[in-house]
Design a protein around this ligand. Structure first.
Ligand SMILES: Nc1ncnc2c1ncn2[C@@H]1O[C@H](COP(=O)(O)OP(=O)(O)OP(=O)(O)O)[C@@H](O)[C@H]1O
Ligand SMILES: [Mg+2]
Length: 253
């Protein structure tokens, strides 16, 4: 078996971080990136030293949510025996976009895993209270690889109320349990006032796995405008932001 030397470097790179929290979920478009961005923003505004790592190489989006630019006038990673993430809005930020720009990353399959391994091995986070990671969606090979490298990470799993999303979430939970990764809990996002026979299907499903439901976040009809405005104070003060704040205070501190 060939052991990649970069694997042991990842442990060294993450050594100065008190808690690594990865946001994952079974499906696309269920609010992983928004949740990861707001967790980072909320914790940073509470005075913690926070990093945000966007590991969704196919569709990086935390920089869009937080309005982080990659033009020549913007902050960029600095080389110093590896690379130091720039601090943006008080958050140490790292994403593939610093290397690919706004072009799609020309990577497939194992090349993506390799690029992620490289990014984890070269990024110098220094000391942090929290590193929040926006994970690639689902239980793809790439997601499985990343989970194996993040020894010591804790997971937040996103779902919506739909049976379809729940089906894949249970797969993610089983996979995390098989890999012996700790699960902080599940967030039910985009909750609508649906007419359901079972008033709380997510809660029921989570009982079966002995996993905590951290909170429910309602579908916020103002959110799109707030994100487009790019005003982070409004984002933190939005209904979505208030829900994340409650989850942070109740479950992460
Ligand atoms: N509670 C909510 N209310 C309204 N809109 C929401 C809510 N949560 C997320 N959204 C919107 O849904 C879209 C998808 O969210 P996001 O990009 O965070 O999902 P994702 O799980 O990271 O998706 P992907 O798998 O494509 O990376 C975004 O436009 C986001 O603004
Ligand atoms: Mg995303």
């Amino acid at each position: 078996m060939v052991i990649d030397p970069r694997l042991s470097i990842i442990d060294i790179r993450l050594k100065g971080i008190k808690r690594v929290i990865a946001v994952t979920g079974g499906k696309g478009g269920i609010g992983k990136s928004l949740t990861a961005s707001l967790l980072a923003l909320t914790l940073s505004r509470l005075g913690y030293k926070v990093g945000l790592l966007d590991l969704d190489f196919s569709a990086p989006s935390t920089h869009v949510i937080l309005g982080i630019g990659i033009g020549i006038e913007d902050a960029y990673p600095e080389e110093e025996k590896g690379i130091i993430p720039p601090e943006v809005h008080g958050i140490a930020f790292m994403s593939i976009i610093y290397f690919t720009g706004n072009e799609p990353a020309p990577l497939r399959g194992t090349d993506i895993s390799n690029a992620m391994l490289e990014l984890l091995a070269i990024t110098q986070w220094g000391s942090l209270d929290f590193l929040i990671i926006d994970m690639p969606p689902g239980i793809s090979d790439v997601a499985m690889d990343v989970i194996r490298w993040l020894r010591g990470a804790e997971f937040i799993v996103m779902t919506t109320t739909s049976k379809v999303a729940l089906e894949t979430v249970t797969k993610v939970i089983k996979m995390l349990e098989e890999l012996k990764m700790p699960i902080i809990g599940v967030i039910e996002n985009m909750k609508l006032k649906l007419k359901l026979k079972n008033s709380s299907p997510v809660q029921e499903a989570m009982k079966e796995f002995n996993v905590t439901l951290l909170g429910e976040i309602a579908f916020d009809t103002n959110l799109e405008d707030i994100i487009s405005d790019g005003d982070l104070n409004k984002l933190v003060a939005s209904d979505f932001g208030a829900s994340i704040n409650r989850i942070v205070l109740k479950s992460l501190l």
